[in-house]
Design a protein around this ligand. Sequence first.
Ligand SMILES: [Zn+2]
Length: 139
Amino acid sequence: MTETTYAGHCHCGAIGFRYATALAPADWSVRACQCRFCRMHNALSTSDPHGRLIFEFYDPEQLQRYRFAFRTADFLVCRQCGVYIGAVIDAGGASYGIINTHALDTAPPDIAPVGAISYDDEDTDGRVSRREQRWTPVP
Ligand SMILES: [Zn+2]
């Protein structure tokens, strides 16, 4: 299983990530979450429970952590350029994250088609456990 690392950044480069996955881009789960935050950012999320995700804050002062709804995850937004790069949750002593595929430095040309999805029916526990199972481990 060959892992590929994909780098991403906000527009000004203050914050970013390195996302390692063995999944071919055509097999990525690309989700257009229908919550208001994601719709307003036109965000597309992906994650791999068998991958690895490291967020990098080159200019930590520009990092804005934003919480809403059940307030279980930090959505990472750049204060300087306003770009949303991904989100991270701490659960059960571990961390898991998603990336916004629009923040990839180079989007793979063969990336999987987008699926629209709504998580409105979840309660807090359901939301946390889904993220533990599906989001990418953040070491
Ligand atoms: Zn920025």
